[in-house]
Design a protein around this ligand. Sequence first.
Ligand SMILES: [Zn+2]
Length: 119
Amino acid sequence: MAWDRSQRDVVFAAVWASGDAICPSDLSALRVRWGPAMGGSYSIAIHCPTCGADVRMGRADDPLGGSLRRWTDAERKRLVEGARADVPVTCPVDGAAIGPQVLAAGGGAGGGRGAWGPR
Ligand SMILES: [Zn+2]
């Protein structure tokens, strides 16, 4: 079963916020696959094992795509300090959860959505 636009938006918002989501049609846990994210682009493939919904999203489909930006130096510093203190940190641009490994890898090449997934 395909999701309508508002269902897709809910699913992707949940994925960005927490890294996973449930199917709006049947409440199954969805499989989320992060594609390669380079040069400010990204791709996400989401599949529901129960109803077979299969949705992909890239930056071109992202409702926030036009408002994304790089982290400022001050934001990056705050994120690194938070990660060192073992405090959960979120992207200052879109609110996506960020793991310390992202920061260690020099993350923020385009904000949370720009180059990295939540996990
Ligand atoms: Zn489903």
